[in-house]
Design a protein around this ligand. Structure first.
Ligand SMILES: NC(=O)c1ccc[n+]([C@@H]2O[C@H](COP(=O)([O-])OP(=O)(O)OC[C@H]3O[C@@H](n4cnc5c(N)ncnc54)[C@H](OP(=O)(O)O)[C@@H]3O)[C@@H](O)[C@H]2O)c1
Length: 272
């Protein structure tokens, strides 16, 4: 299949593209240097000329805290940009897979979020990603929305590497009242195309296994590395961030991906 990926130079894109190439697909790796997704004409010229069989739309405004100060920019990229890309897929009559986030939920549930649960985002990033989901569904008949969470991978600044860099600090404070599921970019890349066997719609694809807090995730990182770090569990109130985060955003992932601990083990073996 000829697959066009937007946001190909981002953290997920840099693992997704070679993974799909290894599976025998032809990749068109698009990023801001090829066309800006907020530019409707440039996006259309590029995409219609390449005639892909599938678009995987990753390009996004992803800085959760900064989005609170730049809501217009986040909206332009995540909503108008997603609409432009979805319209191109529709013109070509091909499917689009749009990647979205657990941050579309408000975190008030205490059991795993299901694709049919109503989003109610509590920060600008989550709101714009949710509005982007709606644009994709409205503007492309053949749409898949795949929500993932807490991504980490070698090609981006991520929580795992941040924890390891901090290992010698006197105290490492990590919040224990935000619960979710870490997801290795390689695991998501490997399984993403499974949705093509399913009806068009919304799917959740994040690390499997038990829900975990950021504190629990950090504890597991240090345990697997046999590092005796001085980790202290704190509440979100003690560790405020500019953007509010949902207290619970663990999503039922229909067993698409393996246990997040197994993935973490592999990531650490590869990188440490
Ligand atoms: N990271 C997570 O924890 C997480 C969790 C859930 C869902 N997601 C979603 O997963 C997808 C991939 O995330 P990621 O972490 O790989 O993000 P990322 O590293 O920030 O990559 C996004 C890519 O999109 C590009 N981009 C931004 N604005 C653009 C525009 N106007 N036109 C064209 N390209 C543009 C970026 O270029 P620049 O770097 O030059 O801006 C970057 O290469 C995103 O849709 C994100 O919302 C991420």
């Amino acid at each position: 299949m000829k697959i066009l990926v937007t946001g190909a130079k981002g953290m997920l894109g840099q693992d997704l593209c070679p993974t799909l190439e290894d599976k025998g697909h032809e990749l068109i790796e698009a990023d801001i240097h090829n066309f800006d997704i907020t530019d409707k004409k440039n996006s259309e010229d590029f995409i219609l000329d390449k005639k892909p069989d599938l678009i995987i739309h990753l390009a996004a405004y992803t800085n959760v805290n900064l989005a609170e100060d730049e809501p217009k920019k986040a909206e332009l990229i995540n909503v108008a940009g997603s609409k432009n890309i979805a319209m191109c897929a529709n013109k070509l009559d091909i499917p689009i897979i749009g990647i979205s986030t657990d941050y579309v939920f408000d975190g008030k549930k205490t059991t795993p979020y299901l694709p049919k649960d109503k989003p109610n985002p509590i920060n600008v990033y989550g709101k714009t990603k949710y509005m982007g989901e709606i644009e994709i569904q409205k503007n492309c008949k053949k749409h898949y929305i795949v929500r993932t969470s807490w991504l980490y991978g070698v090609h981006g600044k991520n929580f795992v590497d941040t924890m390891i860099k901090m290992k010698d600090k006197d105290i490492i404070k990590v919040v224990n009242d935000q619960i979710g599921a870490p997801t290795w970019t390689i695991d998501l890349s490997d399984s993403l195309l499974k949705v093509l066997d399913m009806p068009y719609g919304i799917y959740h694809m994040s690390g499997g296994g038990k829900p975990v807090s950021w504190y629990g995730f950090a504890k597991t990182i240090f345990e697997l590395l046999n590092i005796n770090a001085n980790l202290i569990a704190v509440s979100s109130k003690e560790y405020p961030t500019i953007a509010k985060r949902p207290k619970y955003s663990y999503m039922d992932n229909s067993k698409f991906l393996r246990n997040w601990k197994l993935a973490l083990k592999d990531y650490l073996n590869l990188t440490q």
